[in-house]
Design a protein around this ligand. Structure first.
Ligand code: MG
Length: 128
């Protein structure tokens, strides 16, 4: 089987949500998927605590799948889509790492986290 990408996962959720898909998946809402996301996140936590990294790979996939499914439902509801989710987090990570992608300096993890918090505060003030 060819290597699968995020794009394949999006198509998979679209198939599950389609008329020829799965009755359970079709019935889900953003609200009903929240419990699945929290449960799978808890399984990630357990895998990390056990240092079971093979299982961690699987559990991270489970979390990713919940996110892709929620984004697919949001797309159907015309709120946003998975591309928007990726776009938003990409922009946020770049804009908050001003010592990597801008002119700021941060030489230690402590300086980096302080800058991150400062940038986060600036964003919140600018969006008011
Ligand atoms: Mg799981």
């Amino acid at each position: 089987m060819a290597k699968k990408t995020l794009k394949n996962l999006k198509f998979l959720t679209q198939k599950l949500r389609s008329e020829t898909g799965c009755p359970w998946d079709r019935k889900q809402t953003i609200e009903s998927m929240l419990k699945c996301l929290i449960d799978e996140t808890q399984e990630v936590k357990e895998a990390v605590e056990k240092k079971d990294y093979k299982n961690l790979e699987e559990e991270l996939g489970d979390v990713l799948f919940q996110i892709v499914m929620i984004a697919e439902i949001a797309k159907e509801e015309k709120y946003f889509d998975m591309d928007g989710v990726v776009e938003e987090i990409y922009k946020k990570i770049v804009s908050r790492h001003t010592w990597v992608f801008g002119k700021d300096k941060a030489h230690t993890p402590e300086e980096a986290i302080a800058k991150w918090q400062e940038n986060k505060k600036k964003e919140k003030n600018n969006s008011k």
